[in-house]
Design a protein around this ligand. Structure first.
Ligand SMILES: [Zn+2]
Ligand SMILES: [Zn+2]
Length: 471
């Protein structure tokens, strides 16, 4: 009680409290503050509409009209966008507490997606923890993403499609005020498609079938779930939801074809996403690099180093990782399945692998030529991993208590029996260098015999394993 009285008697003028309320960054802070005292609550009540508007702007930024048109869609009554209030009319209506709650949820999703966008297209080689977009770039991203979200909410593929969908989609896209804004919308659609593609790589899934325009059928369905679900898929490890068969056929009609029609209606060329100019649709400047691979010395579009190892899981599926095994291990179902299963369930598995390989310099081959901070191109990093993936996997099996055969097969990763006999593959450990020569090869005559032995004794990284020949 004494504390409450003390708060009520704080010597702060009402207009100062009013100012503080208007400059709060979000509605959670507002709620926390108005619960502190009756006096603050009454000051809020006197100017609640303008205070909510100020906070909404702080939270959402200049894309507030687009965000409001999205969060109010449930109140429009009609499916026809031509009867909805326009973006330019949004600020004329007071922001309700319900609007405020929905704005908070949507803004949080878009802030997180902006970081994914930034780390993919602006900051791939440094990977800062937050967004590196400028205010103007951030505004374009949010404006376009709120518009796409409205489109996704209006035309989601979760029910029987209405016959007038094509027309209504065309109307909504025609309301995008100018051509630059339409390119921005198409750019964020392309971004979400890329996010979904990366989720597929990481989860080891692929979409069913290909539409005539080359898009996987399911992609349109997954896109129609909206930016919040796409972000959830990216951040989590859940399997992609797959549509019913009838929705698969409709997938490509969800956004790609309507966008194509919208560009055509404005006499605009459909974007070539690989062209440099398209990198600048949202961004004023995109990340340039001229990083050469330390191993092959070539400058490549994509190079890998510690700042972006966490992206590896979106480029190298766990299936692709398991077939990087050296020798005949890559055809050993027992080990490839085990690794695939483990990597699929282990967050940041690729980062752990890379760190372990640099912490344990195991041979004088490719590992000796590169240091942790060196950049490697996509091909060379695969060679680097291939050289000692088996050693890392053996260590992981011991560390995680995964069943590991106690006895080593003397032919190690070059054993051919591990390919054809599952019981042999499971009974003996093949995650080691060979300590013996395959006796089946000894019947071969002269030079052919030595050639076979040599080719098998040289592992995929080009390192000679001398003991297998000269023991
Ligand atoms: Zn290279
Ligand atoms: Zn064997």
């Amino acid at each position: 009680m004494a504390a409450s009285v003390a708060r009520e008697s704080l010597p702060v003028a009402d207009d100062v409290v009013d100012y503080i309320l208007r400059t709060l960054p979000d509605f959670d802070s507002l709620l926390a503050l108005i619960l502190v005292s009756k006096r603050i609550y009454h000051i809020y009540r006197r100017h609640s509409k303008s205070i909510r508007r100020s906070i909404a702007y702080s939270l959402v930024g200049p894309a507030l009209p687009q965000a409001l048109r999205l969060v109010r869609r449930g109140s429009y009554g009609s499916r026809d966008p031509s009867s909805w209030p326009r973006e330019s009319e949004m600020m004329a209506t007071a922001i309700t507490p319900e609007d405020a709650l929905r704005l908070t949820q949507k803004a949080s999703v878009l802030d997180q997606l902006e970081i994914v966008f930034s780390r993919s297209y602006k900051d791939f080689y440094a990977s800062s923890s937050g967004s590196m977009l400028s205010q103007q770039e951030s505004h374009r991203f949010h404006r376009a993403m709120y518009r796409f979200w409205l489109y996704a909410d209006a035309f989601r593929l979760d029910g029987e499609p209405a016959v007038d969908d094509v027309k209504l989609k065309g109307i909504l896209l025609s309301q995008i005020p100018d051509d630059a804004d339409l390119f921005e919308l198409a750019r964020v659609v392309e971004f979400l498609r890329e996010v979904l593609r990366q989720v597929c790589v990481r989860n080891g899934e692929c979409f069913a079938g290909n539409a005539p325009n080359g898009d996987p059928y399911d992609m349109g369905y997954a896109m129609s779930l909206g930016p919040d679900r796409v972000l959830g898929l990216y951040q989590g490890y859940e399997a992609l939801p797959h549509p019913l068969d009838s929705r698969i056929i409709l997938g490509r009609y969800f956004i790609r074809d309507p966008l194509y029609e919208a560009f055509h209606a404005r006499d605009l060329p459909y974007p070539d996403w690989d062209s440099p100019v398209m990198q600048l649709i949202i961004l004023d400047d995109y990340e340039h690099h001229n990083l050469a691979c330390h191993i092959c010395k070539e400058t490549k579009v994509l190079v890998w180093g510690p700042p972006n190892w966490h992206h590896l899981e979106y480029h190298m599926s766990t299936d692709a990782l398991s077939v990087l095994f050296t020798g005949n291990l890559k055809r050993n179902y027992y080990e490839t399945e085990g690794l695939h299963h483990y990597a699929s369930l282990t967050p940041s598995c690729h980062v752990h692998l890379m760190n372990w390989l640099f912490d344990h310099k195991l041979d004088s081959g490719i590992q000796a030529t590169v240091s942790r901070d060196d950049w490697m191109c996509d091909q060379c990093i695969r060679d680097f991993i291939r050289a000692n993936l088996h050693a890392w996997w053996l260590e992981r099996k011991h560390a995680e208590g995964i069943d590991t055969p106690a006895e080593d097969c003397p032919l190690g990763y070059h054993c051919r029996e591990q390919i054809t006999r599952g019981t042999h593959a499971a009974k003996l450990n093949h995650l080691r260098r060979p300590t013996a020569v395959d006796t089946d090869l000894q019947g071969l005559p002269g030079i052919e015999r030595w050639r076979s032995m040599l080719s098998e004794a040289i592992d995929d990284s080009g390192t000679l394993a001398p003991r297998s020949i000269f023991r």
